[in-house]
Design a protein around this ligand. Structure first.
Ligand code: GLV
Length: 306
């Protein structure tokens, strides 16, 4: 049984090697710089596909280092895909969402633009308790984000594909449910997985349905957002400000129009950071389960894509 640890970072690799040697000594480990036969590979632990999947004829399971797994769209259906559910990573994303909602409410992106123009322009904003945050995507991270924002005093609503019930949170479901939320949301937080249904969701019709001047916090995937549409919505102040952590091409190219969006704060995909130790232990736990003939934890439903 051989697993490809497809990572370039020597520090992470050292942690993974130590964990797997201890927890699943029967699994041989190879790294991209080693000479190995792709036919021997049963498991791959990676962020991106390690090349053409056809080169790995005996592959059984792909373990993703990330919570989002849209990058594995071309993985053949018979191969199991496991997403990363790391409490340390979730906590970091929650910290980011809370920070971003507060910064968005207090107009930090707008004031940063004003600062560049040396413009002193005080504005009054509603209190936290008068502000509704709507979370798109109520999965493992979205649900906890909703509860955290609620505990801070925001009014919270959320949208998910299938119906959810979260104490104190107005939950709506189904394809059209999102429109109901946009009517009242002051801040929209995108935590959706990227699927065929959600690709390009943050586009002109969506922005037009948002309350005039409502704000966007985007922590999903770059391809959710149509940047020229967001640019127009920010220009017209239909969207009051935006905080974006994810982009279709990362690192964001120097000439990308996103750098110049009005009233927009950009961060370089830093909302979460998977912890190497927890991540390694998660994969080791699943490898042990496989050895014992138990079903995998955190398996992606390939028909849904998350
Ligand atoms: C990061 O973007 C992740 O999906 O974990």
């Amino acid at each position: 049984m051989t697993m490809l640890l497809n990572f370039p970072d020597p520090e992470r690799l050292a942690i993974f090697r130590e964990i797997f040697a201890r927890e699943v000594p029967g699994v041989a480990l190879v790294t991209p710089n080693m000479d190995y036969a792709t036919e021997d590979i049963r498991y791959v632990f990676t962020w991106l596909p390690p090349g053409d999947w056809a080169a790995f004829p005996n592959l059984e399971v792909v373990f993703s280092i990330s919570a989002g797994v849209d990058q594995f769209k071309t993985l053949p259906q018979h191969i199991s895909l496991v997403k990363m559910v790391d409490p340390n990573n979730i906590q970091r994303v929650l910290d980011y969402v809370l920070t971003a909602c507060l910064a968005s409410l207090r107009l930090f992106p707008n004031f940063a633009d004003n600062q560049r123009r040396k413009t002193w322009e005080p504005r009054t904003v509603p209190a936290i308790s008068e502000t509704e945050v709507s979370i798109l995507g109520l999965g493992a991270i979205g649900e906890q984000a909703a509860l955290l924002l609620k505990s801070v005093g925001f009014q919270v609503s959320g949208w998910s594909r299938s119906p959810r019930n979260i104490d104190g949170v107005r939950c709506v479901a189904g394809h059209d449910g999102v429109h109901e939320l946009l009517e009242t949301a002051d801040i929209v937080v995108c935590l959706l997985p990227l699927t065929d249904e959600t690709r390009g969701i943050l586009s002109r019709p969506f922005f037009e349905q948002m309350k005039q001047g409502a704000n966007l916090v985007h922590v999903g995937r770059g391809a959710h957002c149509v940047i020229p549409d967001l640019a127009a919505a920010l220009e017209s102040c239909q969207v009051g400000n935006a905080i974006l952590d994810v982009f279709e091409t990362e690192p964001l190219p120097e000439d990308d129009p996103a750098w110049k969006l009005k009233n927009c704060l950009i961060t370089p995909h830093v909302a979460g950071r998977t912890d190497a130790r927890t991540a390694g232990m998660n994969v080791a736990t699943n490898l042990q389960r496989l050895q014992e003939g138990q079903p995998l934890l955190w398996q992606v439903d390939r028909s849904k894509g998350y």
